[in-house]
Design a protein. Structure first.
Length: 216
């Protein structure tokens, strides 16, 4: 079977975990793990799950959680910068935090803020919090994110990294049915190589990519 990794397009991923009808593949190059395409959740299942989330912008604990991504972005980009909260969900608390710090942050979410206007411009930075694990076609998403970034722009991603200390079958992060792709630090290093980005991991489960400025 001729099969490619949905994250880096590497060839010949291997079955790495199976539980009943659930099947996951591992990429030997970028080391990501992803759910078999036949088991990806439908839009209705995804929406029902997202509506169960309690991501309240007034919740101090949730704000502390988001600050793990917001703080490195605020340190990198001077105000005012134009940003995009990509996959912001129904309560865009991260955008609120960045706006309050002096930036202007627009919103995009395929379920809650699906307007395409925000995908027709380029940004100084893009924040992607607890979103990348939901990507059904990760490589296509990263191509789009690269197109949305200005030269020198930054992409901040927060997702729970996969590492060898986890029992993948019992891992709480895997058991969310809308989490369909799992990244290692190595995965982001490979993506950075593919797209010509600089890659930095400033905190656990957080990665910052910077798009290269091409010199003529």
């Amino acid at each position: 079977m001729d099969m490619h990794c949905r994250i880096c397009l590497g060839r010949d991923p291997e079955v790495c975990y199976q539980q009943g009808e659930l099947l996951y593949w591992g990429c030997p190059w970028c080391e990501a793990v992803f759910m078999d395409e036949s088991r990806l959740p439908g839009a209705r299942e995804e929406m029902q799950r997202y509506l169960e989330h309690r991501n309240d912008p007034a919740d101090a604990g949730y704000i502390r959680f988001l600050s793990r991504l917001a703080d490195p972005l605020l340190q990198k980009f001077s105000t005012p910068s134009l940003g995009l909260d990509y996959g912001c969900g129904p309560g865009p608390a991260l955008a609120m935090m960045l706006n309050e710090a002096g930036h202007h942050v627009e919103l995009y979410d395929p379920f809650f803020y699906p307007g395409k206007e925000s995908l027709q411009k380029q940004y100084d930075f893009i924040a992607c919090s607890e979103t990348a694990e939901h990507f059904h076609r990760p490589y296509r998403e990263f191509v789009l994110l690269d197109q949305l970034l200005r030269p020198g722009g930054g992409l901040g991603i927060m997702t729970c990294f996969l590492d060898d200390s986890q029992d993948f079958g019992q891992w709480y992060y895997r058991r969310d049915p809308t989490h369909v792709v799992f990244y290692r630090a190595r995965t982001f290093e490979v993506l950075a190589w593919i797209f010509g980005w600089n890659c930095e991991i400033p905190a656990p489960n957080v990665v910052l990519m910077q798009k290269t400025i091409l010199v003529p």
